[in-house]
Design a protein around this ligand. Sequence first.
Ligand SMILES: N[C@@H](CCC(=O)N[C@@H](CS)C(=O)NCC(=O)O)C(=O)O
Length: 212
Amino acid sequence: MTIKLHCFGESGNAYKAALALELSGLEWEPVKVDFFAGETRTPEYRETVNEMGEAPVLVDGDFRTSQSGAIQAYVTEKSGKFGGKTRDENYEILRWVLWDNHKLSSQAGMTRFLMNFLPEQHRNADVIAFNQGRLKAAFQTLETQLAGRDWIVGDSMTNADLSCCGYLYYPEPFGFDRAAWPNIDRWLSNIENTPGWKHPYDLMPGSPADRA
Ligand SMILES: N[C@@H](CCC(=O)N[C@@H](CS)C(=O)NCC(=O)O)C(=O)O
């Protein structure tokens, strides 16, 4: 049975799940979530797709889960890909996925939304500057971890990489200049050069061009 992923192209959180599925070789297909029309906030979405009102959501037969980190863990269980080689590595991966969800992707996703997708009259320069300060600290943490390393944990791509890269390929500005962070830049190239890699707007339905 084909796995379904409720997702949309602008969502870096969904990208983490979609990229894991795509690179795992499992058979999957996207189901477009019309986030910009407010779909995740409707009672119907909460009742039938995800009571948390979020994307991504994976459905595989009777199995359903949300949260990109949980979806990645499911992909690892099913495909054997992107997990650690030892117990210690598995805890390291979990630690970076949780850090990403809290400190990196949450700030990146929110800052990108505030700077690009929120109507201009609602954009608050102080809030954006505060978020960018937090983001800079997160980029520094990642930059330091990647010094002399090709991957965040161990010697191959894991869910730590697939999680932390979630927002870092998008073209919309949010305070991330890849060239300013040489270790992150090199690591993003490692991921991009993995056979089967796709940009979020090529992997999932929906992009800003649809609303232009
Ligand atoms: N930690 C969650 C975050 C999911 C999330 O915030 N998704 C956003 C889209 S990028 C969403 O659906 N937001 C709906 C809303 O806030 O109303 C994950 O990694 O899946």
